[in-house]
Design a protein around this ligand. Structure first.
Ligand code: R5P
Length: 255
C-alpha cells in the first residue's frame, strides 16, 4: 500500500484500531428514509461524534458544510430504487476524478454475492480498486444481502473473503453467529452495518458482540439517526467501540 492510501485509511480507522462510521447513504435507493428526510439537519449534530461519514455526493454537496473536518466515505455504486425488483443491478455511479475533487477518504460500493448481477458488481469492485489504488483512495466493499438470503457465517464469510480477494481495503458486512470465523477468514478489517432499527440496548449489544469477535467498528445508520436521541445513541456506540464499555454502561448514556 502507499502512504496516501494508508493515510486516508488511518483517518477512518483510528489509532486504537477502531472506528465509528456514520452511514447516511440510504437515500441512494430508498429516497427520503425516515430520519433522513432533511439530511443536513440529521447529520449536523452527529458530526462531532462520528469518525467518518458515509454518504452520496448529492448529500455531501448540499448538506455538509465544506469546512467540516470529517473523513468522507463516498458511496459510488447505485442505479436502482426500492421500486426495482432486482436491486443487485448496480453500476459505478461516480468517477474517480469526482471522488478526488470531493476530497474523499474512501469510496464505498456494494457487492451482491449470489445475486442476479453478482458478476457485474464484483467486476465493479475490481475496477474501483484499480482506480482507487492509482490515486491512493481506499475502497470499502459493502456486502449487500438479498431478501431471500440467509445472513449466516458461511454466506457472509464468502462475501467478505471475495471482497478482500478482489482488493477491497476494508469490508462492511452484517453481524452473524460465529462472527469471529468471518473475521478470521477475511484478511482486511471488517465493520458491521446496524441494519433495521431495533431497541437501543439491542443495537449496543450488536455493536459490542461484533467488537468482541473482531470487527474494527461499526458503520451504523438507522439505529443512530432513527433513535429517539441520536446524539446520545452515537455517544453510547462510541463508548462500546472506543472505550470498551459494557452494554449496560453504554446504555446508561441513552437514558
Ligand atoms: C446500505 O446499503 C447502506 O450502505 C447503509 O448505509 C447500510 O445499510 C448501513 O446502515 P444501517 O446501519 O442503517 O444498516
Amino acid at each position: 500500500m502507499d502512504w496516501g492510501l494508508e493515510n486516508r485509511l488511518a483517518r477512518i480507522i483510528r489509532k486504537d484500531g477502531r472506528t465509528v462510521m456514520l452511514a447516511v447513504d440510504h437515500g441512494y435507493f430508498l429516497g427520503p428514509t425516515s430520519g433522513l428526510e432533511v439530511a443536513g439537519k440529521t447529520i449536523e449534530p452527529l458530526l462531532p461524534h462520528a469518525d467518518s461519514l458515509m454518504l452520496t455526493r448529492g448529500v455531501l454537496r448540499t448538506s455538509v458544510a465544506p469546512d467540516t473536518d470529517i473523513p468522507i466515505i463516498l458511496r459510488v455504486s447505485g442505479g436502482n430504487s426500492i421500486l426495482d425488483k432486482e436491486l443487485s443491478n448496480e453500476e459505478i455511479t461516480v468517477g474517480i476524478e469526482e471522488a478526488i475533487r470531493l476530497n474523499v477518504s474512501a469510496m464505498a460500493l456494494s457487492i451482491y454475492v449470489g445475486g442476479e448481477y453478482e458478476h457485474q458488481t464484483l467486476i465493479n469492485l475490481s475496477k474501483l480498486v484499480d482506480e482507487g489504488e492509482k490515486y491512493g483512495i481506499p475502497v470499502l466493499a459493502v456486502t449487500a444481502v438479498g431478501k431471500e438470503m440467509a445472513r449466516d457465517t458461511k454466506y457472509l464469510g464468502l462475501c467478505c473473503r471475495i471482497a478482500a480477494e478482489l482488493g477491497a481495503h476494508f469490508v462492511k458486512t452484517y453481524y452473524c453467529e460465529e462472527f469471529e470465523k468471518v473475521v478470521e477468514s477475511c484478511p482486511v478489517p471488517i465493520v458491521i452495518a446496524g441494519g433495521k432499527k431495533i431497541p437501543e440496548k439491542d443495537a449496543l449489544q450488536l455493536a459490542y458482540n461484533a467488537i468482541q469477535r473482531g470487527a474494527v467498528g461499526v458503520d451504523m445508520g438507522r439505529n443512530i439517526f432513527q433513535s429517539k436521541n441520536p446524539v446520545a445513541m452515537i455517544q453510547a456506540v462510541r463508548a462500546v467501540v472506543h472505550k470498551n464499555k459494557s452494554v449496560e454502561e453504554a446504555y446508561e448514556l441513552c437514558l
